[in-house]
Design a binder for this molecule. Structure first.
Ligand code: ATP
Length: 594
């Protein structure tokens, strides 16, 4: 995923402004109006300074009148107080608006992710981008950036136009020279944008590795194995190496940027000296008054400090942030899963018609030109060696992944053309990697159907159908030591995940091998319940234990992304193919242990 030309810097800035106005609404507009007033008050202060100095000069020449001096002095004091109040109010509103904006941007981002195709989440490049964008929003960088972009057109523009007009009135060449003095600085910042964008591209994958190695050292899920294997130092070395790579690359980029900055700042300094020299000449030749010289001199300091604020603070921070902003908009513009409404008709079963699917970053398809029809009220078992494509196939048949070629029809609806909401509303699935929610037992079950209030009777029924031992926990037991609750064993968690699958109202249910930690006798009981509960539905069991596959109406044997055999248990045994070999070897394994 490379950034397209449509994300040019100017378009990014313009889009950030629009986003700011859309999100911050009334408070944001109030803040920006105060900023405009603040910018004008700064210019008035400079004009008031000139008047005051001119009056003082006249007074020192003998024409002293107390009120002539006191009036501009009072004006200057009042303007200074007003400016302080405005800038305070602006600071206060900035905090308010920026925090609210951050919440809203995060919400929009999360909603966007929920609408993206599941296949994207198998793509490491995409996951990198998501992580970067998340950090960019979380630390208020996005909110701050959109604010600054908008401020360019309010506070900064009003200040430069008003002060520019004043300087032009004094000497038409003056604003031009000051502007030229700042061009090198702006160029320098543009170069920095390039340097930091390149750095971000290079560092992101290494940073992801570094985060992962850090997890292997300190996270709860890893630490037992890391200790047992004695692999702490191994991972620590990988962690240190990747960290070093990130810091070295960052250092090199910073050094390069620093050199540019120094050179270009020297050029700016020369420009500033030229402006002062011009002013000096103008006063000697009597073109401007002493008051004007003093005011412009003061305004130069103000002007350069504001320009420096823009360049060093906003543009240099913005150099890195533009890259982040580009990445954020790239994600926000990604095509969403969509599709029409409809009502699946499960009497038409589930059909795969020449379906192929390749994971991002892989050359070999995981599923190849698959043809399959699951009839109404039929239970299918899928068996095959590791990596044969069983899980990928069920995700395609459930509409979680969309085929690259061919079509999947779920209850006669094409998964590519139907909105996932329509399809998922009738499907229940339990996967190998199910979630262990840090919630109560009842909540852990009822989470699979949040469209209606939890039904205690159904929760209990689902738990007993999955053979969950209710002596272990009651419905309101919190299942998380972190929240003063208890933890379950692997097998208990699996039964709970199966109960979750049973609880969800569905016409099509899939168990993708969620029983590896359940002993074979209890597993058979779970599958018997499953068979009973899925009597009037389409159902799929993915399993390595052929004793459980026997329960299905038909068994599919998969090898290397294709179906190599299909039939009832008896038919497959009689055909003496791959399934018969697998069956024999599993039987022999049990016999040898008896
Ligand atoms: P198992 O019995 O081990 O669960 P399976 O039959 O369910 O395996 P799949 O998980 O469907 O097999 O995997 C099929 C192929 O797709 C394998 O070659 C696997 O390496 C590849 N694969 C699976 N998930 C991904 C992924 N996220 N990215 C890239 N390749 C993947």
């Amino acid at each position: 995923m490379k950034n397209g030309r449509k994300y040019s810097t100017l378009k990014l800035i313009w889009r950030a402004c629009l986003q700011y106005t859309k999100t911050s609404k009334t408070w944001g507009m109030l803040e920006q109006s105060i900023a405009i007033a603040d910018a004008l008050s700064l210019t008035f202060i400079i004009i008031a300074t000139q008047i005051l100095f001119d009056v003082i000069t006249q007074a020192s020449e003998g024409a002293f009148n107390f009120w002539q001096v006191a009036t501009p002095l009072g004006m200057l004091a009042i303007l200074t107080i007003i400016e302080q109040i405005l800038s305070g109010a602006e600071g206060f509103l900035f905090g308010e608006v920026s925090y609210k904006n951050m919440g809203q941007y995060m919400e929009e981002f999360q909603l966007k992710l929920s609408r993206l195709p599941a296949k994207e989440f198998e793509n490491t490049d995409f996951l990198d981008r998501v992580n970067r964008a998340k950090g960019f929003i979380e630390y208020e960088d996005l909110g701050h950036f959109t604010f600054v972009c908008f401020r360019m057109f309010t506070y900064y523009m009003v200040f430069f136009v008003s002060i520019g007009a004043y300087l032009f009135w004094l000497s038409p060449m003056l604003p031009l020279i000051i502007l030229i003095a700042f061009i090198p600085s702006i160029l320098g910042q543009m170069m920095q944008v390039k340097i930091f964008e390149k750095l971000e591209e290079e560092n992101a994958p290494v940073r992801r590795q570094n985060d992962y190695y850090q997890k292997t050292i300190i996270d709860r899920e890893y630490f037992k194995e890391t200790r047992l294997l004695g692999s702490f130092h191994f991972f620590y070395r990988l962690f240190s190496e990747t960290l070093l790579m990130v810091t070295q690359k960052t250092y090199q980029a910073e050094r390069k940027a620093f050199m540019f900055r120094i050179l270009l700042n020297i050029a700016s300094f020369i420009g500033l000296t030229a402006s002062v020299f011009m002013l000096f000449n103008a006063i000697l030749e009597g073109d401007i008054s002493v008051g004007a010289f003093a005011a412009v001199f003061a305004s130069l300091t103000q002007l350069f400090s504001i320009m420096d604020e823009i360049v060093s603070r906003h543009l240099s921070g913005g150099s890195e942030q533009l890259g982040q902003l580009r990445n954020y908009y790239h994600l926000m513009d990604m095509e969403e899963v969509g599709g029409e409404n409809g009502v699946p008709d499960f009497t038409k079963g589930i059909v795969a018609n020449g379906v192929s699917f390749t994971y991002p970053g892989r050359d070999e398809p995981a599923i190849k030109e698959m043809m399959l029809r699951i009839k109404n009220q039929e239970t299918i078992a899928i068996v095959g060696e590791n990596g044969a494509g069983k899980s990928t196939l069920v995700r395609l048949l459930m509409g979680i992944y969309l085929p690259d070629d061919g079509e999947v029809r779920i209850g006669d609806l094409d998964s590519k053309k139907t909105h996932p909401r329509v399809l998922f509303g009738s499907i229940s699935g339990v996967f190998q990697c199910y979630q262990r929610y840090k919630m109560t037992l009842a909540e852990n079950v009822a989470i699979s159907d949040t469209t209606t209030p939890p039904n205690i009777e159904n929760i209990s029924k689902s738990l007993s159908a999955s053979e969950f031992n209710e002596d272990v926990a009651t419905l309101d037991t919190m299942l998380s030591p972190e929240f003063d609750g208890i933890d379950l064993s692997g097998g208990q968690w699996q039964r709970l995940a199966i109960a979750r699958g049973f609880y969800r109202t569905n016409n099509f249910i899939v168990l993708d091998e969620p029983t590896s930690a359940i002993d074979p006798i209890e597993e058979e009981r779970v599958y018997n319940h499953f068979k009973r509960l899925s009597k009037n539905k389409c159902a799929i069991i993915v399993t390595h234990r052929l004793g459980s596959a026997k329960l299905a109406d038909r068994i599919i044997v998969m090898e290397n992304g294709k179906i190599t055999d299909i039939g009832t248990h008896k038919e497959l045994i009689d055909r003496k193919g791959k399934y018969a070999d697998m069956w024999k070897s599993q039987m022999a394994w049990y016999d040898n242990r008896m």
